[in-house]
Design a protein around this ligand. Structure first.
Ligand SMILES: [Zn+2]
Length: 249
């Protein structure tokens, strides 16, 4: 089901200029200029066999792309083994109901939804928030930018409320002492904020639109999860940390 990506071998493991094929004095540690033809020689580790190679800039870009594919695969593989049993049963159920093979994303979506319910039942709101973030990443991979933005805003708003993992605590007196959300422990994650900033550009939003989206999503989440902080307070925190108009280099 999850197949390891195959990468073409690119570049040369020997210290030889990829442009003029002259031997270099030694294998370069990093990007250098060929003393013979003066072209820029790049150095990378290639994912196909983990060897260091010298290559042209064009091939170096291709290696970087191979690494992106590789890391995505590793993430998928890791998640697959975490949830293997449920994943497989869900896959079989989809085949039965739909009469066709579901995509990896379809199955993961089902896995995540089940996790959300479990985390909510156990009052593990930190884990709940992590699963919502994974769902946002899945939407990004699928190119569903608007849905990804809405999910990221939800994650931001939950973060602003200081989600905690209570797990076994069910005693109502203890719950007063250890509330499921603690706004004193609020923190915004750079990974979430930078995705939002990217989507802000991609979807050609302005601050006014983003604010509107934030309020409409947060109000809904506040109602459903009974969160202590108002959307207004959370927005003030988020907007101060969001770099929407970065300096253009
Ligand atoms: Zn050369």
């Amino acid at each position: 089901m999850v197949t390891r990506p195959l990468h073409k071998h690119i570049g040369c493991t020997e210290p030889i200029c990829p442009f003029c094929s002259k031997a270099l004095k030694k294998f370069p540690a990093r990007k250098t200029k060929c003393p013979n033809c003066n072209n820029s020689i790049f150095v990378r580790t290639r994912p196909s066999d983990r060897n260091r190679v010298v290559l042209t800039e064009k091939d170096a870009i291709e290696i970087d792309r191979q690494w992106d594919v590789e890391s995505k695969y590793n993430q998928i593989e890791r998640e697959y083994f975490e949830v293997k049993e449920y994943y497989d049963s869900l896959q079989a159920a989809y085949v039965h109901n739909w009469g066709r093979e579901p995509s990896h994303h379809d199955i993961l979506w089902g896995v995540y939804n089940k996790q959300l319910m479990e985390h909510a039942q156990k009052l593990n709101w930190g884990l709940y928030r992590n699963t919502r973030f994974r769902m946002a990443q899945l939407l990004l991979q699928e190119g569903k930018h608007q849905a990804a933005l809405e999910t990221l805003i939800e994650v931001c708003y939950i973060d602003a409320n200081g989600p905690r993992n209570l797990g076994v605590i069910t005693d109502s007196a203890l719950l007063i002492q250890f509330p499921p959300f603690d706004p004193k422990n609020t923190s915004q994650a750079p990974a979430v904020l930078s995705h939002i900033a990217d989507l802000f550009d991609r979807l050609r939003l302005d601050e006014h639109r983003l604010r509107r989206e934030f309020f409409s999503i947060s109000s809904e989440v506040q109602k459903n999860l009974e969160l202590p902080r108002s959307p207004e307070e959370a927005w003030q925190e988020v907007i101060h940390q969001l770099v929407l108009f970065g300096d253009t280099e």
